[in-house]
Design a protein around this ligand. Structure first.
Ligand SMILES: Nc1ncnc2c1ncn2[C@@H]1O[C@H](COP(=O)(O)OP(=O)(O)O)[C@@H](O)[C@H]1O
Ligand SMILES: [Mg+2]
Length: 217
């Protein structure tokens, strides 16, 4: 999926958070968004997801204005924190995926997906018994159910141990190689094993966009 952001200014109440942000990525690109805490990374993502209301002609997904965009099932999203998620409620990995799917998703699709993100053996596990890294994979699986063309990951590896971070990025790089556009919000771009194509750094509301040379894998 192509993502175009064009002179986007956005704030809450009287405070401007993003000032005149512009960038463009193409299908199969892998963008990292970096910046200090509170710099506006999640705010930008919520504009791209249509959660933050913005004026027309600022953001386009595959050349369709976000204010008119309907097919949000093309966009997979793993939020920064699972605040909206009730861990008290006993629910298995399978059940989480069931409630998130559209009708075309078959049992076989599900098994393939679980295998792809490395949690096939956990399908009947209660999510309360999972480690941070395993839970992360459940949410990645959930975000992939509807075969998105764009995957947005907001600080997905916070609280995940190094070994799981490495294998997490293997999975994400793999998805990207298969053509899914990825936007990753991350603190430590240098430590991450993400095979990036672009970096957007946000500082004092202003964003600097640059292309970087990709590793051969
Ligand atoms: N819903 C909101 N209402 C008002 N202010 C907000 C809201 N969400 C975020 N902010 C403020 O906007 C700024 C950017 O926040 P955020 O986008 O979450 O930063 P980051 O993800 O880079 O840490 C912060 O100052 C934050 O307090
Ligand atoms: Mg954030």
């Amino acid at each position: 999926m192509r993502v175009t952001v064009s002179n986007l200014t956005f704030g809450y109440d009287y405070r401007t958070v993003l000032k005149d942000v512009s960038f463009k990525i193409n299908s199969g690109d892998f963008l990292a968004v970096i910046g200090n805490n509170g710099s506006g990374k999640s705010t930008l993502i919520k504009c791209i997801l249509g959660i933050n209301k913005i004026p027309p002609k600022r953001i386009f997904l595959d050349d369709i204005d976000i204010t008119e965009y309907k097919n949000f099932r093309n966009v997979g999203y793993v939020p920064q924190k699972f605040d909206d998620f009730n861990y008290e409620f006993p629910i298995t990995v399978n059940e989480i995926l069931q409630v998130s799917r559209y009708s075309k998703f078959t049992e076989n699709d599900k098994l393939e997906l679980l295998d792809r993100v490395g949690i096939l053996e956990l399908q009947n596990e209660n999510i309360n018994n999972l480690s941070g890294g395993q839970l992360q994979r459940v949410f990645i699986a959930r975000s992939l159910i509807n075969k998105p063309k764009l995957l947005i990951l907001d600080e997905p590896t916070v609280g995940v141990d190094k070994e799981n971070v490495d294998s997490f990025f293997k999975t994400v790089n793999d998805l990207n190689r298969n053509g899914i556009t990825i936007i990753l919000i991350t603190h430590n771009i240098h430590e991450s094993k993400a095979n990036l194509s672009h970096v957007l750094s946000i500082h004092n509301g202003e964003a600097l966009f640059r292309e970087i040379t990709r590793r051969d894998e």
